[in-house]
Design a protein around this ligand. Structure first.
Ligand SMILES: *Cc1c(COP(=O)(O)O)cnc(C)c1O
Length: 373
């Protein structure tokens, strides 16, 4: 069976974990955590990176940092993972879902403007499949209306927009190191802070609302409760695992891109399906290879056919506005031209670090056979 995903392992993770055990400093913001945040700050050229237990937790931190709550509205795509919305719904904010564009499946900037009201405080964009949103248009709108921009870059580490790393363009970016993402430590994430005025408060929120991080830097002689907060920290054991993957990030990226291109070349000529699209100025990280079939019936038939041939292919998001919680915590604004239609015909093919060329050949041959039949 060719699995849909295999969590990335490079080989040296165990050594790094043993080293972390030697430091005997296993809580958050430890020696390996520092190496990871230095790496992120360097690669993303951001003000500050903080490791979090997940991308979900990083998103929750952005809801606290922007002080979003009851009576405030947030605009985001409906075609995304639950955490994008949950992080704001949990604070009492109201979600205004808008449509995506059919080419990248990212939020449509034109639809953002139509959804803005006096209560709108933030735009949360999702770089689907590691392919960038139209950030110039989005930042222009945000600037014009005075809105926060949060990039859910869960899938987008090492992708760029006009040369700028994704996650480093809005006020905040959030990254995931879940095992389904390109670089992982099982469960983990990062908050990317691009607004220097938010750094101090973010460090306090991360440490249960205390100024422990200032204490550790020797800036104060004891630490106390300063603000609301939570335990938004990643254990140094996870950070040790993660650091190995970050050190090999470029070769992991190359390997994935090679596999992605193999799929692209082999399926490009297959008329009945459409393939992912990345705008010219957007370098992506080969997070995902999806195809879009004619309709949902054909998609489900193809998933079954692949399964019969030992290949795991899967659909993706159920549009949030159609879900039970989505109906309770938000509303779709404007017409759903693409969100439901595109999600119902999308399927993702197996893609992970180290998937062999033979596996990819088997997948593309099977897809071709399906359409010949
Ligand atoms: C994976 C993912 C998340 C959640 O990441 P966790 O680290 O599991 O919390 C959030 N948003 C998007 C777009 C994702 O793909």
């Amino acid at each position: 069976m060719i699995p849909f995903n295999k969590p990335c392992t490079i080989g040296n993770e165990e050594t790094a974990i043993k080293e972390a055990l030697k430091f005997s400093k296993l809580s958050g913001n430890g020696p390996f955590g520092k190496k990871c945040t230095d790496w992120l700050e360097n690669r993303l050229a951001c003000e500050k990176a903080l490791l979090t237990p997940s991308c979900t937790a990083a998103l929750e931190m952005t809801a606290l940092l922007t002080e979003l709550g009851k009576g405030d509205e947030v605009i985001m795509p409906s075609y995304t993972f639950v955490s994008t919305a949950n992080a704001f719904a949990i604070r009492g904010a109201w979600i205004r879902f808008v449509d995506i564009t059919p080419d990248t499946l990212n939020i449509d900037p034109k639809k953002i403007e139509e959804a803005i009201t006096e209560r709108t405080k933030a735009i949360v964009v999702v770089h689907y499949a590691g392919i960038a949103c139209d950030m110039d248009a989005i930042m222009d709108i945000a600037y014009h209306y005075g809105l926060w921009v949060i990039e859910d870059a869960a899938q987008a580490l090492l992708s760029t927009y006009k040369g700028k790393p994704l996650g480093s363009i809005g006020h905040f970016g959030t990254i995931s190191f879940h095992e389904t993402k390109n670089y992982t430590c099982g469960e983990g994430g990062a908050l990317i802070i691009n607004d220097s005025s938010a750094v101090e408060r973010a460090e306090i929120l991360q440490e249960k609302g205390t100024n422990r991080s200032q204490f550790k830097k020797g800036m104060v002689d004891k630490y106390t409760w300063r603000d609301i907060g939570s335990s938004f920290l990643l254990s140094d054991l996870n950070a040790a695992y993660l650091y190995v993957q970050l050190q090999h990030a470029d070769s992991i990226n190359d390997n994935r891109k090679h596999s992605w291109s193999k799929y692209e070349e082999a399926l490009r000529t297959l008329d009945p399906i459409s393939l992912p699209y990345a705008p010219d100025n957007c370098e992506h990280n080969a997070h995902m290879f999806y195809i879009k079939t004619k309709n949902e019936t054909e998609r489900d038939q193809l998933i079954n056919y692949l399964k019969e041939n030992d290949i795991m292919a899967v659909s993706h998001y159920v549009p949030l506005h159609t879900s039970q919680a989505g109906e309770k915590y938000g509303r779709f604004i404007g017409k759903d031209n693409y969100t439901t239609a595109e999600s119902s015909r999308l399927l993702r093919l197996p893609l992970y670090y180290g998937i062999g060329e033979e596996a990819i050949e088997h997948v593309v041959n099977t897809v071709h056979l399906f359409y010949k039949a």
